[in-house]
Every structure is written in C-alpha cells, then in structure tokens.
Write a protein that binds this ligand. Structure first.
Ligand SMILES: Cc1cc2nc3c(=O)[nH]c(=O)nc-3n(C[C@H](O)[C@H](O)[C@H](O)COP(=O)(O)OP(=O)(O)OC[C@H]3O[C@@H](n4cnc5c(N)ncnc54)[C@H](O)[C@@H]3O)c2cc1C
Length: 468
C-alpha cells in the first residue's frame, strides 16, 4: 500500500508542499483538504461579473528567490507579468507616492511633518536607542516622535486592533523593516530615480494573483495528487510510527493518514486535536489572537478609476486600510467601461464592522471615501466577503502562548504545523511557498521526518523580512 500523506489547507504553503512531495516521491499518495471551494487561501482570486478580484492587494515581490521564481515562471509562462509599482499613501490629508520618495517627504508634506522628521533624526544622533518593551516605545526610540505618532501608531491600531502600547516589540521588528530613521532614509533615497530598484516593480499573473495557486493546484493534480475542496477539517488524530492518524471533516468523512502537514491556523489545529491537549495548551491556543477582514469589492462604471494600483490609508478616520484596483496590477483594459475596486477593512470577528450587513459595509466605505481626495464612485454592483485569520496579533502574551502550543505539538513525530497560519507569522506568499518546499524536503519516501533539518529551516524562517 502507498504511504498516505495529508496536507491541511490549500493556500500557497499547502500547495507547494504537495507539489514538491509529488515531484520528489512518486510512491507517496498526497491528499490536500481545503475548506473553501477554490485553492489559494488568502492568495486566491475570484470572478464577479467578468471582473477578477484578489483578496486584497497581492503582488509577487522581487525578493522571491531565483529558484522559486523559476518554478513559478515554469507554471505560468508568459502569463507572469513584470509590472511597475504605482501606489499612493494618504498622509496628512494628501496623497503622496508609496513606497515613499524623498521629494514627497520634503516638498509635499506639511512643514511641521518634514521639520519634525529632521529634528527627530538630529535628536536620535545624540540619544541611545533602547530595546523597547512595546511596539510603541520601540518605534518612538527608533523612528522618532513624528513618524511614529503621525503615521505608524494609527496604522498599527487600525491593522491590528490594539493600541501601540499593548503590542509586543516583536510586532515592530517583524513588520517594519527599517526601524531607525537612518535606515528608513537610506531606503527612501535608494528609490531615487529608479523604477528598476526592487521597490519599483513586482510580478503579477495576467488573470489575477490567484492564478499562481490555481496553476500549482493543476500541477498537483497532474502529478497524481488529490485536492478535496469545500471540506472543512473538524477533528485530527495525529499519526504515529505505530498507528495511522485520522482526519475527520465537517461532512463526517474520515481520512486515514500516515503523515500530516498542517497549514491551518495553529490555534484551530490545537482546538480540533483528538485527544484534546491539556487545559493549559487549550488556553494558550485560545489566547492567540488573529485580526479578521471585511473585503468590499465594488464594480464601478468607468474603464479606470485611477491609474494607481493601490492607495494606502493608515489613518483611523477611514474604515479601510487599503484600496486596490486589480486591472492596474495586470495592466489589462478589459472589460471596457467597467473596473473593480477592493476595499480592505480590518476588524475583529464579531465586532461592529464584522457584523454589519453588506449594504451597511458599502455605505461605510462610500462615506469614508468622501473624506479623501479620491473621486466619487458610480457603483454598478458590489459583493462583500469576510475572512478570519488575516493578521496575527502580537500582544504581550503571544510569545508565551505560542511557545506553549508549539512545544506541545513537538510530541507528534508525524505531524508538523507551518505556513503563515501554522507558525502565526506575517510572512509573504514567497516565504510560505518556500516553507512548503522546505517541509517536503524534510520528509523521506519512508516517511522519516528529519527533525534537525527542519530546525535549521525554522531558524531560516525566523529571519524572513516581510515586504509590503
Ligand atoms: C490583505 C493581505 C494582503 C497580502 N498581500 C501580499 C502581497 O502583496 N504579497 C505577498 O507576497 N503576500 C501578501 N500577503 C500574504 C499572503 O497572503 C500569505 O503569505 C499567504 O496567503 C500565506 O499562505 P498560507 O498557505 O500559509 O496560508 P493561507 O493562504 O491562509 O492558507 C491556509 C488555508 O487553510 C485553509 N483552512 C483553514 N482552516 C481549515 C480547516 N479547518 N480545514 C480545511 N482547510 C482549512 C484556508 O481556507 C486556507 O485556504 C497578504 C496577506 C493579506 C492578509
């Protein structure tokens, strides 16, 4: 009998695990189980009246390793486009280019902002930087008062739902690549006159970001793997060397498995284990917080709304943190006379925004749009979607809670949790694909799991720098 491997979740991490396993070991039977009705997880796309939408702005960043880039290009061929970045950020009641450009910082922001940054830079030369016990003081000490208070603090609260003082300093280290004014200025200056610099372009498939996942899913199936969609996993008995494991779905189906890769949220995994973990582990898993998102996808009667791909809105006065126009990502001019917009509204499951009906969400978006310089919308149609597990929230207890859960999971020699959700990290798509490749690399044809190699990979993953 073939050895049976089950992968939970068909996002990039799960799909690239399945693909890499099948390429390496023809003697292994691979089954991917996914709760949604299409593959891709957060990186998926869907169609609404001929318009292709992604779940929020998604780009494949040039930071993708050349080996992974080669594999993605093999899957997509000419459908993978290299595109110039063209974003804007709403800062101090005006739009300026994003990523930031020196000319905007000097000439297009209020004097009090530019002067404040210069003053903070001078002060930073004479003061020593402290480690910081929260997101708030880590930023204040690294980036100074002006950038912290007038940009990052409201943005952090909007994205993660907690005040900067209630967030761990790790959130700052993981999400903000340039944590000193000097580094930030160097980055801004390196963008001068270059659309060829790595912040000046990105890769994007002609039919939406989700085309990467759908091509990977096709490749999995062509290699003999199975992808079972629309099937939520509700119970997991992990396999061991002596006994197969069992995966139970919401519909009551049971799958026996000899090895289990889990890319679903690590707190959910801990909650569906059979037998249940000790109460301390269940409590720690329950303490891991995720931010959710309501997406408002709008069909607009216009061929192009603006020439920009994305608008970032860090302030708390608007409900959406980003507005993207998918047609500008691929550069298509089809369909004529209509374009799509995606508004990303961060929220917490069960709060006022999450619970608002669809018409209420559209009204919120339109009211807040009027607070900016963006043109009015002629809405032809709209659809609202809600997603849980969008951003991990690093409060002060997250590190302790995560260690408790992860330590418990190490007792299972034939089950491993990883991916953005499985490791509770902010990583990009290319990072999670690399995780999938790495996970497959640690499993031999006779299902021996190379713990040391995986520990080395985990070390590597911890150095990932998230790109915006
Ligand atoms: C708004 C937003 C914008 C982003 N933009 C970019 C970008 O521009 N560039 C970039 O590189 N990255 C971007 N990212 C990050 C990127 O989306 C993630 O890195 C990537 O989706 C992580 O892949 P994953 O497979 O680890 O997790 P996911 O994509 O979350 O996949 C996990 C899968 O598990 C499934 N699942 C969960 N529970 C169960 C269950 N019980 N049973 C069965 N299946 C289950 C889910 O449905 C999902 O399909 C963005 C993320 C967000 C939130």
């Amino acid at each position: 009998m073939k050895r049976r491997v089950t992968v939970l979740g068909a996002g990039p991490a799960g799909l690239w695990t399945a693909l890499s396993l099948l390429e390496k070991h023809s003697e292994i039977e691979v089954t991917v189980i996914e709760k949604e009705n299409s593959p891709g997880g957060i990186t998926g796309s869907f169609r609404y009246r001929d318009l292709i939408f992604d779940y929020g702005s998604h780009r494949l960043h040039p930071a993708t390793s050349s080996s992974l880039m080669g594999r993605i290009s093999d899957l997509l061929g000419d459908d993978l486009l290299k595109r110039p970045r063209n974003g804007r950020i709403w800062l101090e009641e005006r739009f300026i280019s994003f990523p930031l450009k020196p000319v905007d910082l000097v000439f297009h922001l209020p004097f009090s902002f530019s002067f404040g940054v210069v003053l903070d830079s001078l002060t930073s030369v004479f003061s020593s930087r402290s480690e910081g016990v929260s997101f708030e003081d880590t930023l204040r000490s690294g980036l100074g008062k002006t950038i912290s208070e007038r940009f990052y603090f409201p943005y952090a609260e909007k994205l993660w739902g907690l005040s900067p003082a209630d967030l761990s300093p790790v959130q700052a280290k993981k999400r903000i690549a340039s944590l000193s004014i000097g580094k930030m200025m160097k980055k801004v200056l390196s963008s001068v006159g270059s659309s060829s610099g790595s912040s000046g372009y990105f890769y994007y498939p002609v039919n939406g970001f989700g085309q990467i996942a759908s091509r990977a899913a096709d490749a999995v199936v062509n290699l003999g793997g199975k992808i079972i969609l629309d099937t939520e996993v509700v119970s997991v008995t992990p396999p061991s060397e002596k006994q197969h494991g069992t995966v139970v779905t919401a519909g009551g189906s049971k799958f026996e498995t000899d090895f289990l890769f889990s890319t679903i949220p690590v707190n959910n995994l801990a909650g569906i284990l059979d037998p249940a973990p000790p109460p301390s582990v269940v409590e720690a898993a329950g303490g891991l917080l995720f931010r959710s998102m309501v997406f408002c996808f709008v069909e607009v009667r216009k061929s192009q709304y603006t020439p920009y791909d994305a608008h970032y809105l860090p302030g708390l006065d608007t409900c959406f943190s980003r507005l993207s126009e998918p047609r500008n990502y691929s550069g298509t001019d089809e369909p004529q006379g209509r374009t799509g917009l995606c508004f990303e509204i961060p929220c917490t499951e069960g709060d006022g925004v999450w619970s608002l009906d669809d018409d209420g969400i559209l009204k919120l978006v339109l009211d807040d749009l009027a607070k900016t310089d963006l043109p009015e919308l002629e809405v032809a149609g709209f659809v609202v979607k809600r997603m849980r597990n969008i951003y991990p929230v690093y409060d002060h207890a997250f590190s302790r809670n995560l260690s408790t859960v992860e330590e418990f999971l190490t007792r299972y020699s034939r089950m491993v949790s990883y991916g953005r959700q499985g490791l509770f990290v902010h990583d990009n798509t290319h990072h999670t694909m690399e995780m999938g490749v790495a996970a497959a690399d640690c499993l031999s044809a006779d299902l021996h799991w190379d713990t040391e190699k995986w520990a080395d990979y985990r070390e590597l993953f911890s150095s990932h720098v998230v790109v915006d």
